[in-house]
Design a protein around this ligand. Structure first.
Ligand code: HEM
Length: 197
């Protein structure tokens, strides 16, 4: 049973990292206002949101299975308070920082209408911090950090995210008309109002 928890914890950790990388790339695609990856804009937005929620589900599996795995020696507050763990405290703590950031991103996204766009966007920038923190945690905490396959998957995730961020930073990214601020709806003229009456 302990072995099963350990395998499950490692597997879900890796899937979470892959999903997080896809979420960052889709987030950049959604922000671009373009059709991306051959998909219409609404589909890019939907995929971004649903991939983020799926990542949260896998993360919950990762954290809970390792919480019950005696080898990791996690206490309940290690899941939310970083750097106090018994097992590789710094690298484990980075995972906790990543989880805290993801919780903040998800909660503010669910409350987006109440918070307003400016506050939501300020928190959403943290996604760029969350990703490298999660990568370092995965490479340095896990039993598989030294294996070729974990490094290959991590390198592929890094290539995807770096490509998306480089694209985000190019001047051409901002020039697309789909990103232009929307005009306020024009109020009806007096003549139009008379015609309606
Ligand atoms: C952004 C959130 C997180 C991501 C993306 C993530 C991802 C990963 C990955 C990829 C691994 C390597 C698995 C392997 O070696 O096969 C790992 C290992 C591990 N993670 Fe996380 N993790 C996150 C958050 C957390 C949190 C919050 C905790 C608990 C406080 C945690 C505890 C662990 C432990 C104990 C290991 C070592 C498992 C082993 O024995 O190999 N992780 N994580």
């Amino acid at each position: 049973m302990t072995d099963a928890l350990w395998y499950f914890g490692r597997g879900t950790g890796l899937v979470s990292l892959v999903l997080l990388s896809v979420v960052v790339a889709l987030g950049v695609g959604a922000r671009s206002g373009r059709t991306a990856f051959g998909l219409p804009r609404f589909a890019v937005n939907l995929l971004h949101r649903n991939a983020a929620l799926l990542a949260v589900v896998f993360l919950a599996g990762h954290v809970l299975s390792l919480y019950f795995d005696p080898y990791a020696q996690l206490r309940f507050f290690d899941l939310f308070v970083p750097f106090g763990g018994a097992y590789r405290p710094f690298w484990l703590g980075l995972g906790t920082v990543g989880l805290d950031l993801i919780v903040a991103l998800v909660v503010t996204s669910l409350l987006r209408r109440r918070l307003g766009a400016r506050a939501w966007r300020a928190v959403h920038w943290l996604a760029y911090l969350c990703w490298p923190v999660a990568v370092l945690h995965g490479l340095q905490t896990g039993s598989d950090g030294g294996t070729w396959w974990l490094r290959t998957v991590t390198a592929a995730c890094a290539a995807l995210v770096i490509a998306a961020v480089v694209w985000r930073l190019t001047p051409a990214f901002a020039r697309f008309p789909g990103r232009a601020p929307r005009r306020q709806p024009r109020s009806a003229s007096r003549r139009e109002l008379q015609e309606i009456r």
